[in-house]
Design a protein around this ligand. Sequence first.
Ligand code: MN
Length: 382
Amino acid sequence: MANQHTDTSESDAEIISVWEEKGRNQTHAATALGVSRAKVQGALQRRGFLGGIVASPERDGGKGYVVKGVSTYFDKDGVQRGQWVKTKLDDEIRESLVREFVNSMAEPIRAMSPLVTPPMGTDDDLLVVYPMGDPHFGMYSWAAETGDDFSLEEAERVTCAAIDRLVAMAPNATEATLLNLGDFYHADDSRNVTPGHGNMLDVDTRYAKVMQVGAKAMRWCIIRLLEKHQTVRVRNVRGNHDPHAAFALAMALDAYFENNPRVIVDMSPAAHTFQRFGKVLIGECHGDMTKPADLPGVMMNDAREHISDTTFWHWHCGHVHHDSLKEYQNVTVEHHRTLAGKDAWHAAKGYRSGRTMKAITYHKDYGEVHRSTCDIAMLRPA
Ligand SMILES: [Mn+2]
């Protein structure tokens, strides 16, 4: 009875057996069996021989496709030439991907800077300005040649230590300005020459590292100021050594403290900037471009909307690496020392100056009321 092909399953088994014997050729199997090729194909489909190529997590990178249908192509001899597996994303996986996307869109902006507890009981009448004269991060100096060893590591150490001392000595003013007066970086890029005149620079280590260590030191200083003052304005004046790097530093600090409304990074690209505090008006520039005697006129012109309401007019400049304060018809122009050592060229030229950093306190009605000084001698490691 088994040979009489009375039930489909036996027929299917027999058809498949012949199909195997004929080298899996459906037409040859159909001819040998005396049946249509469609009948052979039907048997193969029922027994799963044509559904053999299905999407699998192994083959499709674990995406979890569900097979919707399979199309098989045969040539004129009935030999399978290709197969097209129609798939769809598993509904659960699709939903989880959508949820993941929605969550990422709805996620609050993650803070980058640590939030410092604001100080209590600060004095609204006071502003402390911390002028940083020419820090020269990335400069290298050899004591045997110049009198003082200086390096990237030393720049970071003395800058942070000086801020630490000055913040401790400063009055508890509500407002503070961290005023980088330019030449924060010794070099503007890895060519290690001054951008203006191409003078060779004595540099310490790789430029990318210099940029990172400098930004890290500034972050440290700002956080230290946030412990003492309610609001911290940060101004990075561009110097002749770092006209582009100064702006990169400002951008890095602005992005880092974006989550903190107590930090205001001044992003002005102008060479001369101003801060008004009550009756005090402060001008800021590096000092390489404008003659000191011209600065009072620049203030009267550029900050004219503040002139009639202010009575204390002061400029803070860097560049020359030594202290000087000259008064022009009630406008003072002050140049600040640096904590940095000398490079070989300046040492050979005979430039000598003290190394200090200051913090200057202004009262909104009375002008400068206090200043403290941190000498390099206070910062020498014990
Ligand atoms: Mn300079």
